[in-house]
Design a protein around this ligand. Structure first.
Ligand SMILES: NC(=O)c1ccc[n+]([C@@H]2O[C@H](COP(=O)([O-])OP(=O)(O)OC[C@H]3O[C@@H](n4cnc5c(N)ncnc54)[C@H](O)[C@@H]3O)[C@@H](O)[C@H]2O)c1
Ligand SMILES: O=C(O)[C@H](O)COP(=O)(O)O
Length: 531
């Protein structure tokens, strides 16, 4: 399932090493950082891959106009990419987590120091020829309480650095528990206990609906009037109007902002406020961070192409274990079992269980389930998916969830003899199919309890039928097909269960209605399946 990437567009300023690495690995690269939104929409259909920083807005209309397979963010925040739209379109989104952590943390620490002594205004007064020693009375950081909202990579590095100034570090994160934060010296507290204690608040969370306007008018009202607040994460996490009001009403003593609701801001009121230190989104602007994120995103793309890994992918969990060449036939098998299951169920979507057997199938669960869903939904009318011709391991689980289809994924180390590896799909209706692979081929092993001793290949055009068992069954099927003009490469019959057998006829071409009817006249049930 490795990715095929012929060409990549880079639409933001990225270190040139990114281009070198991609080209060295046979990927064409076009860099154009001057595209308007309309120009980007016109250009994007030509590319398999897109690399951005925070400036390009990869909106749903850009994504839907594209044939992209992957979007790479040379950096951390992905709020400029419509990840939901990308996922529905089956596009991998990846970032370079950690590549700019230290730069962002150092910038935050520099701003905390600058706030405590009002350094920018003091410097400006000197530049203007004034010697204002009295005006710039600072306060020590030692002994002050720094509240860190978001105790991930950057939050932790900020804590460790500011502890060396003697700051007491407290913090909140819904995912990082108190035991973990205490390991890096941060006392975990609920937000309501943080607000009245903090001398400084610094934000290190992603911009998501839950963090929009996290620091708002009500929060400022609960804080000390001497509070200084920092945002080196994303514009919009501190409500800019509430901040302006708090600064003007002495409810907040200062702010340092690296990021803004609109970038570049149309309105510079906040950035020009005497109590605000504003920098133009410089957190990751260091030589080191830019080299790191450029190298990392290029190497991550190359690894995905080589089928080595999907490091940094944020929306392709099912693909992570399905990159190697060996997984390809299994993904195909899953898709084909999904198609057969849907066809035998009159294309009615329903809950299912996917069980992977065999010790080497331990990590197969997520991609097998996604592959079965992709096959199943390709036969079903799914709203929001159009014709659903582009279903893949990324978007199939999303559409299934939207349809209310529940998937139970199971793993059993022991595969039933004689198979080393086997996959079984069980539908809510009770229909059960099992399959395995041989080389690149997907094989149908069982329908219900009926076993194919010589398993038919799931490929091309098939007629699957069920009939009363009789010694003449094989010949009557062969005669019916031949009389209708169909050429069968192979007809397999299952073992008999309850007086009945299942059968599969592999045809050379897609069967006409006449062929299906001819077979229907000698069996009890027949469906035509094409992959
Ligand atoms: N200014 C810059 O140049 C710059 C540079 C790098 C990153 N950033 C921003 O910083 C953000 C954080 O980066 P990171 O590498 O530390 O990410 P991270 O994923 O390592 O950490 C983010 C943390 O925020 C936590 N979180 C999520 N929702 C929360 C909430 N409601 N309240 C409190 N915590 C919450 C998460 O659990 C996670 O631990 C990025 O999303 C990006 O937007 C800015
Ligand atoms: O989220 C990030 O990585 C930072 O905000 C950096 O953004 P930039 O790549 O546009 O500098």
């Amino acid at each position: 399932m490795a990715l095929t990437l012929k060409n990549v567009l880079i639409s933001d300023e990225v270190d040139p090493q990114c281009i070198e690495i991609l080209r060295k690995n046979g990927i064409d690269v076009t860099k154009n950082t001057k595209l308007s939104k309309e120009e980007l929409i016109a250009e994007i259909p030509k590319y398999d891959g897109l690399i951005v920083r925070s400036a390009t807005r990869v909106t749903a209309d850009v994504i839907n106009a594209s044939n992209l397979k992957i979007i790479g963010r040379a950096g951390t925040g992905v709020d400029n990419i419509d990840c939901d739209a990308a996922t529905k379109k089956g596009i991998i989104v990846m970032n370079t987590p950690g590549g700019n952590t230290l730069s962002a943390a150092e910038h935050t620490c520099a701003l905390i120091c600058a706030l405590s002594r009002d350094i920018p205004n003091a410097v400006q007064s000197m530049k203007e020829g004034r010697w204002d020693r009295k005006k710039y009375m600072g306060s020590e950081l030692n002994g002050k309480t720094l509240a860190i909202i978001g105790l991930g990579r950057i939050g932790k590095e900020v804590a460790l650095r500011m502890q060396s100034f003697g700051m007491k570090t407290i913090g909140y994160d819904p995912i990082v528990p108190a035991e973990v934060s205490s390991e890096f010296g941060v006392k975990w507290l609920p937000l309501e206990e943080i607000w009245p204690q903090a001398d400084y608040i610094t934000i290190h969370v992603p911009l998501i609906p839950q963090t929009k306007n996290l620091i708002n008018e009500q929060v400022f009202a609960k804080c000390k009037p001497t509070l200084r607040v920092l945002n080196v994460a994303r514009g919009g996490i501190i409500d800019e109007q509430a901040l302006l009001k708090a600064l003007n009403s002495n409810q907040c003593a200062g702010a340092a902002l690296d990021v803004y609701e609109e970038e570049p801001p149309k309105d510079y009121t906040l950035a020009q406020h005497p109590l605000v230190i504003g920098t133009p989104h410089l957190g990751a602007n260091t030589v080191e961070a830019q080299e790191r994120v450029a190298l990392e995103i290029a190497e991550q793309f190359v690894d995905a192409v080589k089928g080595k890994s999907l490091f940094g992918a944020i929306n392709a969990q099912a693909l992570v274990n399905a990159l190697s060449q060996e997984t390809k036939p299994w993904v195909e098998l899953g898709r084909y079992l999904g198609v057969v299951a849907a066809t035998l169920s009159e294309n009615k979507p329903q809950n299912l269980q996917v069980t992977s057997y065999g010790s080497q199938m331990q990590n197969a669960g997520s991609y097998m389930s996604a592959a079965v869903l992709a096959g199943m939904l390709s036969k079903t009318s799914v709203s929001g998916c159009g014709k659903c011709t582009s279903l893949n391991l990324i978007n199939a689980p999303v559409f299934a969830k939207e349809q209310g289809i529940k998937v139970d994924t199971k793993y059993e180390a022991d595969a039933p003899a004689p198979y080393g590896k086997l996959v079984t799909v069980t539908l809510q209706s009770g229909l059960q199919l099992s399959g395995t692979t041989s080389g690149a081929q997907a094989l149908l092993v069982k329908i219900q309890e009926s076993l194919f001793l010589v398993p038919p290949t799931l490929t091309g055009s098939l007629l699957i039928f069920k009939a009363a068992s009789s010694p003449q069954l094989l010949s009557s099927v062969a005669v019916a097909l031949a009389n209708a003009g169909a050429l069968a490469e192979n007809v397999s019959l299952s073992t008999e269960v309850g007086g009945q057998r299942w059968g599969v006829a592999n045809l050379t071409i897609s069967p006409s209605q006449q062929v299906v009817q001819a077979l229907a006249s000698v069996v009890q049930l027949v469906v035509s399946v094409a992959f």
